[in-house]
Design a protein. Structure first.
Length: 256
């Protein structure tokens, strides 16, 4: 979902690029044609930059007068006296930024509500599927392959292989070689679920948002109030001495 917040963070750098590309020229050029012709490389570059700026402005969802916008660009390019002093301009920018942040928060809250409803509906249906078990905390899981070894303690580190998915089967993370995970630092759903396994086993865990990343998520990887599904194979138990190696930068498995 596009956001006004994203637009405001990109427009100023884009305008700065526009100014740097066109300084030294005659400001707002006329190509001498009918307004719909691009006669040379400078025309093409100018058009592309203008199109990019226009696309960003559209995301602002603000009433923008093209004539006043172009006048501001021209005055900046030609170093003319500004019609609005710097203090007033800063006030306008702050007001725009505040509205942008408010809309961003509204969009995020709306997405969180929609995800929350979808997650509850999915989990309510999923718990009735054959083979799916539900723990007291609300964690759901099914045994894909039984293991024959020992089960880890909650204080252990383990080596696992995994695939992380959303309910629509979109994969957001996976590993094909075993990686280490400190269960004491894992997100709650996996910290609870993996000790249910035995070495050599493969389980599918369905984590409710409250056992994963809740209403915050991990933007942009994990949306708010998302159910996370993990297919986990327990390769071996390391005991309490191993360090966490899983996704140190992305932190998909680690507690927020």
């Amino acid at each position: 979902m596009k956001s006004i917040h994203n637009a405001t963070t990109h427009i100023i750098p884009l305008l700065g690029f526009l100014v740097s590309c066109t300084m030294g020229g005659d400001g707002l050029n006329s190509n001498g044609g009918n307004g719909n012709e691009l006669s040379d490389a400078t025309d093409s570059l100018s058009y592309v930059i203008g199109s990019d700026v226009g696309s960003q402005l559209e995301e602002l969802n603000e009433d923008i007068k093209i004539s006043s916008f172009m006048l501001g660009v021209e005055h900046a390019l030609k170093n003319r006296t500004q019609l609005i002093d710097s203090a007033a301009a800063d006030s306008i920018r702050r007001d725009l930024s505040m509205r942008a942040q408010q809309q961003f928060e509204q969009e995020r809250e709306q997405l969180a509500r929609e995800r929350d409803e979808a997650s509850k509906e999915f989990l309510a249906e999923n718990k009735n599927k054959p083979g799916v078990k539900t723990t007291e905390s609300g964690l759901q899981y099914e045994v894909l392959q039984e293991g024959r070894g020992a089960s880890p303690e909650s204080s252990d580190s383990v080596w696992i292989e995994y695939v992380g998915m959303f309910p629509d089967s979109t994969v957001f993370d996976s590993v094909t070689s075993p990686v280490a995970l400190d269960l004491e630092r894992a997100i709650p759903g996996l910290a609870e679920g993996i000790p249910l396994m035995k070495v050599g086993g493969k389980y599918r865990f369905y984590l409710p948002p409250e056992l994963a990343y809740g209403a915050s998520g991990i933007p942009p990887i994990i949306p708010p109030n998302a159910v996370l599904i993990f297919d986990v194979k327990l390769v071996r138990i390391e005991g309490e001495t191993a360090t966490t190696s899983i996704r140190r930068t992305r932190g998909v498995f680690r507690r927020p």
